[in-house]
Each structure stands twice: as C-alpha cells, then as structure tokens.
Write a protein that binds this ligand. Sequence first.
Ligand code: GTP
Ligand code: MG
Length: 276
Amino acid sequence: METGQSSKNRFSFRMVLLGSRSVGKTSVVNTILGFKEGEEGKRTGHSMKHQGVVGTTKISVVDTPGWWKEFSAYDTPEAIKDEVKRSVFLCPPGPHVFLLVIDADTAFNGRHLKAVTTHLELLGDAVWKHTIVVFTRGDWLESHTIEQHIEGEGEALQSLSEHRPLLELVEKCNNRYHVINNLKKHDTTQVTELRRQIKNQMRQQMEQEISRRKHEWLIHSRDVFLDLQADLRGSAPRAKPKLQSEYFTVVYMCVFWNCTGFLLLFGKTSLNEMYS
Ligand SMILES: Nc1nc2c(ncn2[C@@H]2O[C@H](COP(=O)(O)OP(=O)(O)OP(=O)(O)O)[C@@H](O)[C@H]2O)c(=O)[nH]1
Ligand SMILES: [Mg+2]
C-alpha cells in the first residue's frame, strides 16, 4: 500500500528478473519488495509486474518464467520466449536494469552459459550493459566467498581447460554481481547493497552517455570551426560573412558547454533524489 509519502515518489525504479527455472526469481521479487508471502516455489507461467515502495522509492519488478537450464533459446518454446520479450513492455518506458538470477548452489557449465547468453540476447545485444548477476542461495556458499565460487566453478568442472563459464558470464556483465539469501528476507542490508550497485551502474551509464554526447558535439563543433576557417581564408566561393560565422560559432560553443553542465547537474541531482 502506498501512503501519503507516495506523492513524493517522483521516480518509478524499474527492473526485470531473468533466469532459468527454479533459480529463485520469484523469491528475489519478494526479498526486494519485502513481501513475506508470495508465489515462490510455484512455477511462474507469465511475466508479471509487482510493485512496492522501499524507502521513498517506488520499485517495479517484473518476474518472468524461467527457461530450462540446459537448453539454449533455440530449444525453448516460443511461448516462454515471448514472455521474456514481453517483460520489458510491462515496465514502460523500459527497465533501468536486468537482474540475471543464477543459483549459487549448483555447478555452472558451458551449456548453462550458452542457455543464458541466447536467452538474454532475445532482448538485444545491448542487454549486457544493463545486467547485474544476482546469485541466489547465498546460504549454500557457507565459508566460501562468491569470488571463490565464480573463479572455481569452471576449474572444478573442466580442469584441463582454461574455460570458466561463470567467470565469463560475470565479465560479460562488467563484473557486476550480488549475492542474495532469500531465506533471510528480514536482512534488508542485502537489498540496500543491491540498490547501491544498481545506482552505481545507472550513474556510470549516465556519465558514459554524457561523455559520448560531449564527444559528438565536440566533433561537430570542430567541423563547424574548420568550415569557418576555410570560409575566412576565402577558399570557398560562397563564404559566409565573417562576423556572422564567428558569432554563430561562439553561440554554438556556449550552448554546448551549458547543455553539458546542465545534463551533468540534472543527472546527478536526479539520482541523488531517487536514492535519498
Ligand atoms: N535455500 C534457499 N532456497 C531458495 C533461495 N531462493 C529460492 N529458494 C527456493 O527455491 C525454490 C524456487 O524458488 P522460486 O523463487 O519459485 O524460483 P523461480 O526462479 O521463480 O522458479 P520458476 O518461476 O519456476 O522459474 C523455492 O522453494 C524457494 O524457497 C535461497 O536463497 N536459498
Ligand atoms: Mg517464479
């Protein structure tokens, strides 16, 4: 239930959970949203959006049906693939992050990697930039760290090969991963830590986007400047009047730097507000 605080929730924070069958996706929904009772343990047949308010942030989580762990997307029924693709439309204008759920209590081999890769790529090649691996069954790790599990998994299975499927998967997600123990739903620190990671990822992406746009503008501005130089040298017969060209270049550069500053300021303020 949303309270009077809901009017302050200017942001809806959106995520989609993906993964093979029975890895704990529905349990993660319940852990993130703080739901005690849920559909965990029952097969999820359709993609479904769940919503809740955590702190002052409205969170939407889309749960999806799992694929068979050993099967690549080519062997998955069309109905399941359609549900996976439909998930992104359930949280318009699209998710901020995909959480790829992997169970930490079982071996992860090359076939599992292929299954994950082909299913995620149903959502496009760019999906990896927005994905965080969430390891469930953190309780099974016992005295091992998750890093030992990631590093050791491929070695244990394929001792003669350098191939480490789990490490490869984590690297595809730019080393973004998080461990959850769904048996400890009361331990809110695990969700706080996940939200912190998501926030960092979003900030990184925003900064990359700003620097990409800055770069494009710089190249564009440089072209304008070179054109202007050529005009002033009189190399082009239809040279623009000197003063007018110079004036436009100065205005152009001012607008560019102001826009960049505004975007940076707006982006950082928005993120800070979202997670305050
Ligand atoms: N020990 C332990 N069990 C877990 C954990 N997370 C989930 N489970 C159990 O794993 C089983 C499957 O969990 P679900 O959340 O239904 O898995 P799912 O991925 O949604 O399954 P499908 O919808 O069928 O794809 C349930 O019995 C959960 O209680 C965990 O962190 N630790
Ligand atoms: Mg489920």
